[in-house]
Design a protein around this ligand. Structure first.
Ligand code: CP
Length: 314
């Protein structure tokens, strides 16, 4: 197995936030914050990755992650190749491994990979060449590390860098969410004061995932006094699997409304990774309201992804 850290502690790939040293996490967040603040009012192109090629290799759909990685790589001066599985030789049965090795042979040094299977990006890292860096852009239910990073950058922007007194609530399908897993890992590493997890019982994760968190099914009670609410998308498969009776019932119990949000701290920040199911896990009034940080999350995604690419390939 290829660890994401080299023996000297250098980050070779970014596969997960689990076990990522606090110093590396802070370094990436600080750098992303600098990039974001320097970019205000101008769209400049840097040259740190000039002459390097980066490929976005997505075997699942994406709007935010893929587009922001493309912009990030372009703003660093890289050549960017967008691999579309639906029009590629993947359709003829070519494996992800062979795809990676062929693109590597063309000189691609950085791969941003999304794949539906747990551990798929780790397995590709195992066969990647010495000078190649991989970024996990979401694999199965396992990890979405750059989403975790951009969520932490957004929490810092909303609430400051000291997380020790922060009460954060994660709501929804935590069991099946790679975003929630990466957020939990980052919040723990950054020493969040209290982490609460809430959702219908069939969508709550096992104790190995929730260790140290306050876990409950009563959304109104769990909202009391929190500084940040991280909503998750309800995947429609959960209804087909019988884990959620209906969208209406889910919304009644776990939809974030203006009335419900009043239970949280007065200036509580509302986050959602997108795509949003409007009227299911969150209402329009909250998603577009004054406490929503959703579009600032998206903006922070570009800065985070620039910091990650610069760190791995710069
Ligand atoms: N948050 C997120 O991963 O969105 P996309 O699926 O659009 O990339």
């Amino acid at each position: 197995m290829t660890p994401q850290l080299a023996s000297d502690g250098r980050l070779r790939h970014l596969l997960t936030l689990e076990g990522l040293p606090r110093s590396t996490l802070l370094q990436l967040l600080d750098r992303a914050g600098q990039i974001r603040d320097a970019a205000v009012g101008r769209v400049g192109k840097r040259t740190v990755l000039a002459g390097s090629a980066v490929c976005t290799l997505f075997f699942e759909p994406s709007t935010r992650t893929r587009s922001s990685f493309q912009l990030a790589a372009q703003r660093l001066g890289a050549d960017v190749l967008n691999f579309d599985a639906s029009t590629s030789s993947t359709r003829k049965g070519e494996t992800a491994r062979d795809t990676l090795k062929n693109l590597e042979a063309m000189g691609v040094r950085g791969f941003v990979i999304r794949h539906p299977e747990d551990g798929a990006v780790q397995r590709l890292a195992d066969v990647a060449g010495e000078g190649t860096a991989l970024v996990n852009a979401g694999d199965g239910r396992s990890a979405h590390p750059t989403q975790g990073l951009l969520d932490m950058l957004t929490l810092r922007q909303a609430k400051g860098s000291d997380f020790s007194k922060l009460k954060v609530l994660i709501v929804g399908d935590v069991r099946h969410s790679r975003v929630a897993r990466s957020d939990l890992q980052a919040l723990r590493t950054l020493g969040a004061g209290e982490i609460r997890i809430c959702g219908p019982r069939p969508l709550l994760p096992d104790e190995a995932t929730t260790g140290g968190c306050v876990v409950g099914t009563d959304f109104d009670a769990m909202l009391e006094g929190v500084d940040a609410v991280m909503m998750l998308r309800l995947q429609r498969e959960r209804m087909e699997e019988g884990l959620v009776p209906s969208l209406e019932e889910y919304h009644d119990h776990y939809g974030l409304t203006v009335e419900r949000l009043r239970r949280a701290a007065p200036d509580a920040a509302v986050l959602h990774p997108g795509p949003i199911n409007r009227g299911v896990e969150i209402t329009d009034e909250v998603a577009d309201g004054p406490q929503s940080w959703v579009l600032r999350q998206v903006a922070n995604g570009v800065a985070v992804r620039m910091a990650v690419l610069e760190h791995l390939l710069g």
